[in-house]
Design a protein around this ligand. Structure first.
Ligand code: GLN
Length: 304
């Protein structure tokens, strides 16, 4: 079977399974999403793609944006970045405060909230206007010149993000935040508010399947070794306390967000984005995980 047939078959099967997931409501604006949405889009390195279902409906990519902020910070700082954030799976929830004190304010990895907040702090330190320059960077990577932050989502999270405020202040007290926590958090919430559809999301991540180069013109976003390392982090840390399970069941580097999106990367081959807003207890899309498990288990579209 070719990839279109497999996507179609697995999509239709997954659509039918009963969905035990729950929508994320701790960011009130996310609760307004239609829970029945389900879209998939795959893009290969020639930029050709195939999508099905609600693949052209925009959604809040949330933590998936952490891969893009890490990419920019790594590009700017090089290997010194790993003095500020570690590269180990956390085995804890995405917004956990555990482990920070033990490790002197060094978050376990850049994809838990604490790590992503430190990455935002790095960008605030190095850029004149982190919000604007990060947006320009994502516009370039995604070939979406009109991409903007969603004020609605960002404001909703800003008004309720007590835990992230606690995380940022706690890390500041341990000495690993350089800037004013209010400024760092403001940028963090905006970063998480980006919206894309599955087609745009899978296209945006093709640089990680292509050794750090943009597929449209071959320009360098990051180096090949940096691309390798970001993929390794996605494989080991992209799904919080479910990272081992995702690697076991799906076997691809990937990243999830509480908006119900998942993007996965098959180096040298393709990227795939799945969106279904109902989440399992670990905060990852219930149907998204199921779809990707079936897709890689019953096809040759796997790295193992
Ligand atoms: N903006 C969300 C938060 O900080 C991101 C969490 C996620 O997508 N897992 O809580």
């Amino acid at each position: 079977m070719n990839y279109k047939d497999i996507i179609e078959k697995v999509y239709n099967e997954t659509k039918e399974i009963s969905n035990e997931g729950k929508i994320a409501t701790y960011i009130p604006e996310l609760a307004n999403v239609d829970p029945t949405m389900f879209g998939v889009h795959m893009t290969n390195l020639k930029g050709e793609g195939f999508g099905i279902g609600d693949n052209l409906v925009k959604f809040s990519i949330q933590s998936i944006a952490k891969v893009l902020s890490l990419t920019l910070a790594y590009k700017i700082m090089g290997e010194k970045i790993w003095k500020r954030v570690d590269v180990e799976p956390s085995g804890t929830k995405f917004d956990s405060l555990l482990l920070l004190e033990i490790f002197n304010g060094i978050p376990r990895n850049p994809f838990v909230n604490s790590g992503a907040i430190v990455i935002c702090d790095i960008l605030v330190s190095h850029l004149g206007n982190a919000k604007e320059e990060f947006l320009d960077f994502v516009r370039d990577v995604s070939n979406l010149p009109n991409l903007t932050y969603s004020d609605k989502i960002a404001d909703s999270e800003k008004a309720h993000g007590y835990r992230n405020v606690a995380l940022c202040n706690f890390i500041k007290s341990l000495g690993n935040i350089e800037n004013d926590p209010t400024e760092v958090l403001d940028f963090y919430f905006d970063m998480c508010s980006l919206e894309m559809n599955c087609q745009q999301l899978s296209y945006t991540f093709t640089y990680l399947a292509n050794g750090g180069l943009k597929i449209s013109d071959g320009s360098k976003i990051i180096t090949k070794p940096q691309s390798k390392r970001i993929n390794a982090l996605m494989l080991t840390c992209g799904f919080y306390d479910e990272s081992g399970e995702f690697a076991f069941k799906v076997g691809l580097p990937g990243k999830s967000g509480v908006g119900g999106g998942i993007v996965a990367v098959c180096p040298h081959s393709y990227t795939i984005a799945v969106w279904s807003p109902l989440l399992n207890p670990n905060g990852n899309s219930f149907k998204g995980m199921k779809f990707l498990e079936e897709f890689t288990t019953h096809s040759d579209f796997t790295i193992f």
